[in-house]
Design a protein around this ligand. Structure first.
Ligand SMILES: Cc1cc2nc3c(=O)[nH]c(=O)nc-3n(C[C@H](O)[C@H](O)[C@H](O)COP(=O)(O)OP(=O)(O)OC[C@H]3O[C@@H](n4cnc5c(N)ncnc54)[C@H](O)[C@@H]3O)c2cc1C
Length: 631
């Protein structure tokens, strides 16, 4: 039976380190050798691939090979926006600091439309918050993709692994037999003849929109290729336009552009990204679209920006990066391929599964969240902690998100590409208010904070009575939704805490126990329940796989440490928290007179919510038995 071994020095880095894996050689750092066997091979080290590798390394998988056909990671350009949920996830890995301090935080969006009346110029019609839903980080951060990849690459190396660059996967096959490693992967040195054939238990195709792995699964991206061609430029500019340091959506009679304020680059200059919809959108067919895209030049992007911003002026200095692209909203019909026993063995993530326009700032985010969803399930399965059936929830959860992404992107792109014209802005049938409404209602989805996974082995939607059916976007404790951050104060040392920081991404389940107000008057009455949640239930599962976080209402007041049972005192010094700031129960919509218990999955999403008594009487134990092996 695998056991969790906690390092005395750094529990967060090495929480999952099961003994049985030491039987496998630590192969990852050296380049692939013919005939090597791996737990997982990751193809691609873009945002989806590198995050998968980081998580698998952190979860204790010693035998993971990550290959990328390119000699180095992205230097400039491509995706640049991190959404609030992605920031929460990076924070849960202690990787958010550089992003938050060095990136550009976008708190506000400015909307500009054709001047009322003659429509010859543009005027600001609204400032709105960039993030409209409850979030720990109520803003996006812009910083270029290469920097995120660098942060993740450094973390991977810190955890004893590294990307093997210059290896292109050319094909894979599922060869089932007696062996443990049924996926055969063939790769070739980029630009050379050298070949390697290795085997693995699981293959992750995070190899971008033209994914070889997806094609090997016999799948293609399906959906429309719309006929909007866009140009993007990362530049240092000088302008009289007053909102250049804000995210702006600008409709003018000369077309539409989007402005994204960016980070400072070396030398001290500040970047600005400008997305332009090019005026000569091609016809709907692919060939015409490609031809039209080919006509986009740097000078034409600049000229279009000048025309849309007029009468304001803009001068372009250093150009960091520019590109032309056509919007294609597509999604793969499946994200996994199973062996004959029904065990998913090949998984695709990121752009390999879905492509869409960059306007809603989703590229890096949805890709990384695919990896975040998949990696802990894969680790638990490989470590023998969970039945392989949990792997199926990767496709059911993330395919649905991809479909929502495509639907949202389609409506947002169409609105963005539809001209707003003069007086009352209704000539095209599109009003400014309609545009704002779509922007706002999409906020839960685009921020990542409003994502809700539907019912499955990992989300029990039936036990909800204890939570008021409040406003979904306010952060309530709800099966399928991530646990919203709330401020607490730790009982032991009066440290102000963010609840999410007490649930880092270490691959474990957490019982979040919200004690009722009666606990304050008669704590002894709750000793049995607290013992069940802190000791009895966790002891039925592999050591360290289930932790307990306890919240009591109100300030510390007259409560003493001895009011908690001995088992809580033994392990809970860091995880007994007071609702000192009075926001926990209200935010979660939990009746403070009743309390509640929730099981929080390793990725921070609520698996099940129950009343305190029913939770202790079997709901929590029963749910955990469906997703973890017992001891
Ligand atoms: C030119 C360009 C411009 C973009 N502009 C924007 C933008 O302005 N805004 C925005 O939000 N998004 C933009 N994107 C999209 C954004 O970069 C992606 O959504 C994001 O990078 C997806 O991450 P990923 O890890 O899924 O895939 P990718 O970042 O594409 O990473 C895939 C990796 O797999 C590697 N690979 C591919 N095939 C193989 C193989 N057979 N063997 C080994 N390695 C392989 C590649 O070298 C690459 O490193 C742009 C993308 C491109 C290509």
């Amino acid at each position: 039976m695998p056991v969790f071994v906690e390092s005395a020095h750094d529990a967060r880095d090495t929480r999952i380190n099961p003994a049985h894996l030491t039987a496998l050689p630590r192969l990852a750092a050296p380049p692939p050798t013919e005939g090597d066997n791996y737990e997982v091979v990751v193809v691609g080290s873009g945002p989806a691939g590198i995050l998968s590798s980081v998580l698998l390394a952190r979860y204790g998988l010693a035998s993971v090979l990550t290959v990328d056909s390119k000699p180095e990671s992205v230097h400039a350009g491509q995706a640049d926006g991190l959404q609030p949920r992605t920031l929460e996830v990076l924070q849960s890995l202690d990787l958010a600091h550089e992003v938050l301090t060095q990136g550009c935080q976008m708190h506000e969006v400015a909307f500009w439309n054709p001047t009322d009346g003659d429509g010859k110029g543009i005027e600001r019609t609204a400032f709105v918050p960039d993030v409209a839903v409850a979030a720990r980080y109520p803003h996006e951060v812009t910083i270029h993709q290469g920097r995120i990849e660098r942060i993740l690459n450094e973390d991977l190396e810190k955890h004893g692994n590294a990307v093997q660059r210059g290896w292109e996967v050319t094909k894979f096959q599922l060869e089932e037999g007696e062996g443990e490693f049924p996926v055969v992967v063939t790769m070739q040195k980029t630009g050379g003849d050298e070949k390697r054939v290795v085997r693995c238990k699981h293959l992750i195709g995070a190899d971008g929109a033209h994914s070889t792995v997806r094609k090997g699964m016999g799948l293609s991206l399906e959906g429309d290729t719309t006929d909007h061609v866009w140009g993007v430029i990362d530049t240092v500019c000088t302008t009289t336009f007053p909102d250049i340091r804000k995210r702006c959506a600008i409709h003018s009679s000369a077309g539409s552009i989007m402005i994204i304020p960016r980070e400072r680059i070396s030398g001290g200059a500040v970047l600005t990204r400008i997305y332009c919809q090019m005026e000569d959108s091609p016809a709907a067919d692919k060939v015409a679209s490609k031809e039209s895209r080919g006509k986009v030049t740097l000078e034409r992007i600049m000229e279009q920006a000048r025309r849309v911003l007029a009468p304001y002026t803009i001068e372009f200095g250093h150009v960091d990066w520019w590109a032309a692209y056509q919007i294609g909203q597509r999604v793969a019909p499946k994200f996994q391929m199973s062996d004959s026993k029904g065990v998913p063995r090949v998984h695709i993530a990121g752009d390999a599964c879905h492509t869409h326009s960059p306007k809603a700032g989703q590229g890096m985010n949805v890709s990384m969240m695919d990896a975040y969803n998949l990696s802990w399930k894969l680790a638990h399965t490989l470590l023998g902690l969970a039945p392989s059936s949990i792997l199926h929830t990767y496709e059911s959860e993330r395919h649905s998100i991809a479909e929502q992404l495509i639907a949202f992107d389609r409506s947002f792109s169409t609105l963005f590409s539809t001209p707003l014209t003069t007086t009352s802005h209704t000539t095209s049938g599109l009003t400014h208010d309609e545009f704002l409404r779509v922007f706002r209602t999409g906020g839960g989805f685009t921020s990542g904070c409003g994502i809700e996974y539907s019912g499955s082995t990992l989300v029990d939607t039936s036990v909800r009575g204890v939570v008021t059916d409040g406003l979904r976007e306010s952060g309530l404790l709800w099966p399928g939704r991530r646990v919203m951050n709330v401020r607490t104060k730790r009982f032991a040392d009066a440290n102000p805490r963010d609840l999410q920081d007490d649930m880092p991404s270490t691959g474990v389940y957490r019982l979040l126990v919200l004690l009722p107000s009666a606990f304050r008057a008669t704590p002894g009455d709750f000793a049995g329940l607290l013992t069940a949640y802190s000791a009895d239930i966790p002891a039925r599962f592999p050591q360290g796989a289930v932790e307990t976080v306890i919240v009591f209402p109100g300030e510390r007041g007259n409560l003493e440490w001895t009011d908690f049972p001995a088992c809580v005192r033994a392990q809970g010094e860091w995880t007994v928290l007071g609702d000192h700031y009075g926001c926990v129960y209200g935010t979660f919509s939990v009746d403070v007179a009743k309390g509640a218990v929730a099981v929080v999955r390793p990725d921070g999403y609520v698996g099940v919510v129950a009343g305190l008594q029913e939770g202790g009487d079997g709901v929590v134990d029963g749910w955990l038995r469906g997703v973890l092996v017992g001891v």
